[in-house]
Each structure stands twice: as structure tokens, then as C-alpha cells.
Design a protein around this ligand. Sequence first.
Ligand code: PLP
Length: 400
Amino acid sequence: MAETTIERADRYMFQTYGRFPITLVRGKGCTVWDEEGKNYLDFVGGLAVCALGHSAEVVTRALEEQSKKLVHVSNLYYTIPQTELAQLLVENSFADRVFFANSGAEANEAAIKLARKWAKEALGPQAYRIICMENSFHGRTMATLTATGQEKIKKGFDPLVDGFKFVPFNDLAALEGAVDQSVCAVMLEPIQGEGGVIMPSDDYLKKVRTLCDQKGILVILDEVQVGMGRTGRLFAHEHYGIEPDIMTLAKALANGLPIGAMLAKERLAPAFGPGSHASTFGGTPLVTAVATAVLRTLLEEGIMENCRKMGSYLKERLLGLKEKYGFIKEVRGLGLILGMELELDGARVVKKCMEQGFLINCTQDKVLRFLPPLIVERHHIDQLVEALDHIFEGIQDERA
Ligand SMILES: Cc1ncc(COP(=O)(O)O)c(C=O)c1O
């Protein structure tokens, strides 16, 4: 008998991912189909990537048109799509300058490099450390895994990169205590995504901003997961009344094509002069044409409004389940990044959902995470909640 796709994949690729035993072949809107033709409602959205859903027409059109014009040239030359995307990002954010990379980790690498290089001049050679948060996630390259506040991500890869220290998220006193002459920046996610959808406490981000201003150091916000409309505003920090000095984006920026971006204030620009940083594929015409189309759609077509409405509705429905089942500890999140913390292992809930035709994610073992496309509709949410209710009922019966 011929080998299945799964058998072949497991034979030829590194086993770095704990994959589910389905092979997805097609997607449209909020639905994906596997090789056997079974359909799933997708509440993972490529882990906060597919904001406009699968096979979005705006993406397909931009891909088709640009692929016939120009796919790639070197960053030795100017291109129109890259310039357009940079302008659009700047005009709709706190930032004045953009650097394009290929992923979230690479955008964060650029942020770390920019902060260090700026600080050498502005603060002196002793100021190279970056304070990061416990429980954070910033990527899998050597510098970004070092900046990540989770031991399991770093295990076995030492020696790590020098120059990072950690404080608990939401603990201002600890942060205050950690800032000294060796520090050039604080790097954090406005909402910790991989960490279990952990929200910043009321005025934490404002206080971080004020502290960094007082100390003359930078605020780097990693909006790789929560940026690009995910929280119902273009950038999550807009909810909290602050502006960073540097922000990183990736994931949803081109709805599935690989891109990362590092945005910063003008005063940092001289530190990244010619020759200081580069990326062969950073901001190709093809990818930036798609990202421009995606960003225009996000800004123009009521997608973020839908995100706010459907986010509130999903949260309300999940809170309804919490009322019913004692093993649900908490429901939290903003817009369409929502977490449901359980007192039990979430993996079996994810598995049962999949059997019933729903893709959901579990992070930190016990937190069910919902990251559907921002175009998700009420009836999709109703179907998911009904399935979850049924699954939880079974679990409750077992525990009784
Ligand atoms: C907040 C955050 N930063 C960085 C990354 C890394 O992005 P990438 O996998 O594109 O390198 C992720 C990925 O999940 C993330 O959630």
C-alpha cells in the first residue's frame, strides 16, 4: 500500500512539530478541508496569521497581479510595493521608519540589534542589556529564544546570547528594580499570546512607558501575534494609550505569506544606516504587494469592527460555558485573541474538537486559545460553542 502523506512527512522531515494527524489541502474563508474531504471550522487561523481567512480574494488577486510583474529583486534597488507598504504602515502607526524581514523572530532580531546599536551612541557602551518578561515568547533564533522567558524554549541550546534579563510580567516594582546603567530597552508583548493569553494589568503598560521615559531607555513592543487588527484595533498598544519606540509585526501582515516588519521612531533611524542590517528576502515586491492589499482591506472594510463584535460575542459565549462548568478557571483576552484556562489538560479538548470538525489551539497545557480569522461569523461561533458545550458535558460526567 502506498505511504500516506503523514508517513512520508514523518520520514523525511525533522520531527520539530507535534502535529495533528490530518493533512490539510484546501481552505476558504473560515473553513479548511483535509485530504479525505472532511471540513473543519478554523479557530486557529494559522496561529493568528490568516486574519482575512483562507483563499481571500484580495490576497489571490494581489499575488496573481504582482507575480506577473516582479517577484524579487535585491534590496539594492527600490520597488513600488515595498515603498507603498512602508508608507501605509508609517501613516497608520506611531512609527516613522520600517525595516522588512521574513518572520516574527527576524523582526525581533532587528529590534534587538537596533536598540543595542542606538544605545551604544546614545547611552554608552555599557548599556546593552534588554529586560524581557517571564513567560514571554519572541521567536526561535538564538537571540529571540534568549529573549523568550520560557525555559522549555531554551533548553539544550546554551550558551545563550549575552545581554538579556527577566522580570515577571505585570510587576512594575520588579522592572523598576531591574533597570540600571547596563539596560538599553524593555521588550514585551502587550498581551502574552503563547504564554497563555495573559493580559496586562490595568495601567501596567502606561507605567512601563513612563518608567522607560524617566530612565531614557526604549520600549520595544512585540506585536507579532496581537498586531494587525487581532485585538480589534490595528495595534494592541492603542488600547492602552501608549506608543512604543520600536514595534515588531509579522504573522497576519501578509495573511500567510512570510513577512516581518520592525517599525521605529525617527530618532532611532541614524543607528540603522547603510550596511548595518539586511535581509535578502526582506520585503520582496511579491510579499509586500500582498501585505499592502491586506493592510488596505483591514483599514477599509469593517474587518476590525467585525473583530470587536465577534470577539465580544465569543467571549460572552465562552463566559457562559464558564458559568456552567466548574473546571473552567478563567476566560480572558481582547478582540479575537481569547483564552480559556482549564483546570485540566486542554489537549483532549482540542482532539475532541478536531474529531467534531473544529480546529482550536491549546497553549501552556491548560489554556484553550481561540484565534479565528477576523471575518468569523456569529453562526461559526455558535457551532463551536455548541461543540465545546457537548465536549465539556462529557468531561463533567466523567469527573462526577
Ligand atoms: C509574540 C510573538 N513574537 C514572535 C514570534 C515568532 O514569530 P515567527 O514564528 O514568525 O518567527 C511569535 C510566534 O508565535 C509570537 O507569537
